[in-house]
Design a protein around this ligand. Structure first.
Ligand code: ATP
Length: 351
């Protein structure tokens, strides 16, 4: 268990109408986001959406063209990097190769002029916290990639940062280690209580780790919500498609906020349409039910462990994906005729 040396006071973070322009590129456009004290927030979005720019501006490596950044309610926009008390972990390991794990972790404390015994003790405690208590005297080249990232995390926490910033910290690791370290980072972050921002382009990583996920697109915030909310109630088509898998199914608008889709009449959230207008409905694979017999055909099948994702098509239309139990999939081999039913909650009407 960590002592007082490890615990941090939690701090809020705010981006207020931040815009960052690089020549002709607008990397961030009116970006506003509030991060709560102690929260683990993921910035998620496709390459080039502005995640790294937002993180760099928060760290102080870059300045907004307009707008401001608040930490703990205070404006830090003009405060230099070394005065912001941010802990950072990058994608590449960035440890000092000639220093042991313990010395790497103690390094930031040395700069802060702490006495040697205190530095050793804090570094030891932090390495214990990240599960490397038995490796304190090893050099980076004697540690695996995952272990090196644990040291980097311990080093970032050593200075008791106001905010912990993680820039794609798991991207260079293989899948198994990535998953382990994901859980570990979450555990450690909860234990330490430090407000944390992680940048990732990996939706699974964001959804599994974060308290809330800020989905970004072309320099703008699309939606910031808990993983469950993002999944169940995406605010935009972009979010609906970026988070999880979606089927696009064609339908026709009916009266009173209903649509007719796959022969069913379903109520739908979304803008009202004129009766008879063609619409597109977005439906998750798990909201599509499959029954044997009918004018659809099973054209593909992807084993996914607990479920199987069937691809089902009719008249050469693009296939609809439906998640079924492995047991059910066994009864529906390729070529089987089937019927599709939608759960009475299509996610969204495409705009
Ligand atoms: P990735 O996941 O690929 O790192 P990202 O979401 O982190 O992408 P940013 O690195 O923030 O995106 O970049 C946002 C946009 O700003 C991109 O179009 C990028 O080319 C541009 N950009 C970022 N930094 C600079 C810079 N120093 N000079 C010019 N353009 C830049």
């Amino acid at each position: 268990r960590p002592g007082n040396t490890v615990a941090t006071a939690s701090t809020s973070v705010e981006f207020v109408d931040v815009t960052r322009v690089f020549g002709k590129t607008t990397a961030l456009a009116g970006f506003t986001l509030e991060i709560k004290p102690g929260e683990l927030l993921a910035l998620l979005g496709p390459s080039g959406c502005g995640k790294t720019t937002a993180l760099r501006i928060l760290a102080g490596f870059d300045n907004p063209t307009t707008g401001s950044v608040l930490v703990g309610g205070g404006d830090v926009t003009r405060i230099p990097v070394n005065k912001r008390d941010m802990g950072m972990v990058f994608q590449s390991y960035s440890l000092f190769p000639t220093m042991t794990a313990r010395d790497n972790v103690a390094f930031g404390l040395q700069l802060r002029k702490q006495p040697a015994t205190k530095r050793r003790q804090t570094a030891g405690e932090l390495l214990e916290l990240v599960g490397l208590g038995a490796h304190t005297d090893k050099y980076p080249h004697q540690l695996s990639g995952g272990q090196q990232q644990r040291v980097a995390l311990a080093r970032a926490l050593a200075i008791q940062p106001r905010v912990l910033l993680l820039d794609e910290p798991l991207s260079a690791l293989d899948a198994k280690v990535r998953e382990q370290l994901r859980d570990e980072i979450r555990r450690i972050q909860t234990e330490v209580g430090v407000t944390t921002v992680i940048v990732t382009h990996d939706q699974e990583e964001a959804l599994s780790m974060a308290d809330r996920v800020a989905v970004m697109n072309a320099g703008r915030l699309e939606q910031c919500a808990t993983p469950a909310e993002l999944y169940a109630r995406p605010a935009t088509v972009f979010v609906a498609e970026f988070v999880g898998t979606m089927n696009h199914i064609s339908g026709v608008a009916e009266d009173g906020g209903f649509v007719r889709v796959l022969g069913q009449r379903l109520q739908i959230d979304g803008a009202a349409r004129a009766v008879g207008d063609p619409v597109k409905v977005l439906v998750r694979p798990e909201a599509v039910t499959v029954r044997a017999g009918g004018d659809w055909t099973v054209v593909g099948s992807n084993f996914r462990g607990a479920t199987t994702r069937l691809l089902v098509s009719r008249d050469g239309e693009p296939p609809i994906r439906a998640d079924v139990t492995v047991h059910q999939a066994a009864d529906l081999p390729m070529g089987s005729p089937v019927t599709l039913m939608l759960a009475d909650r299509p996610v969204l009407l495409a705009q």
